[in-house]
Ligand binder design. Structure first.
Ligand SMILES: N[C@@H](CCC(=O)N[C@@H](CS)C(=O)NCC(=O)O)C(=O)O
Length: 213
């Protein structure tokens, strides 16, 4: 398998965690967003949505991190990433989608660049935007994990799931932009536990081949 990735891309980080949880080896191909490499015709031929990640698997290209992860979960069902019951799956997907659909897209590079260039926002305004949407999303998630987590080790129950795969990269982003995580002690406790697990640790940005030395 070949993963088009960037060390600090949280969507790629999700897929790296899932690949590691499934014990699948892959080759990393770095795509430098800051240099606009995802905007090239060459990359558009790989991923028509021109975002990362993209995964080459089984002779085809997959995109959208959650679609990739659910595909991997179906093809490699050992160590499932979704609970066995419909209610559990709905709750895990609710938390994963809160991050992947409601927080992350608002703080994506192209959105921040639009604020900077077209709307002429200075860096303080961009950072305030970033922190606002993290706070909005994390407030609801904190309540959910308090209800669903057993022992503050995983977002749902007592096993790793798609929600955990989405949480850890989003906490990384929040720390990178110096968001106040004080109001979300359960999210932080869960993320700290997850970060100590080998599949998560191997996927962290600093451990990637395209990370700066
Ligand atoms: N919903 C997509 C989001 C992918 C995405 O936005 N990736 C970011 C990096 S984390 C990207 O390629 N951004 C390029 C840009 O904003 O121009 C997924 O989950 O795969």
């Amino acid at each position: 398998m070949k993963l088009y990735t960037l060390f600090r891309s949280s969507a790629a980080y999700r897929v790296r965690i899932a690949l590691n949880l499934k014990g699948l080896s892959y080759e990393s191909v770095g795509v430098a967003l800051a240099k606009g490499e995802h905007r090239t015709a060459e990359y558009a031929a790989i991923n028509p949505q021109q975002l990362i990640p993209a995964l080459v698997a089984d002779g085809t290209v997959l995109n959208q991190s959650l679609a990739i992860i659910e595909y991997l979960d179906e093809i490699y069902p050992d160590r499932p990433l979704l609970p066995p019951d419909p209610l559990g799956r709905a709750r895990v997907r609710s938390m994963a989608l809160a991050i992947a659909c409601d927080i992350h897209p608002l703080n994506n590079l192209r959105v921040l660049n639009y604020l900077r260039t077209r709307l002429r926002q200075h860096e303080a305004g961009v950072n305030a935007w970033y922190r606002h949407w993290i706070a909005e999303g994390f407030a609801g998630l904190e309540k959910q994990v308090r209800e669903y987590s057993i022992g503050q080790r995983y977002c749902y129950g007592d096993d790793v799931s798609l929600a955990d795969i989405c949480l850890v990269p989003q906490i990384y982003n929040a720390r990178r932009f110096e968001c106040d995580l004080g109001p979300y002690p359960t999210l932080v406790a869960i993320s700290t536990h997850l970060e100590s697990l080998a599949p998560f640790a191997a996927a962290r940005p600093e451990a990637q081949p395209d990370a700066p030395a």
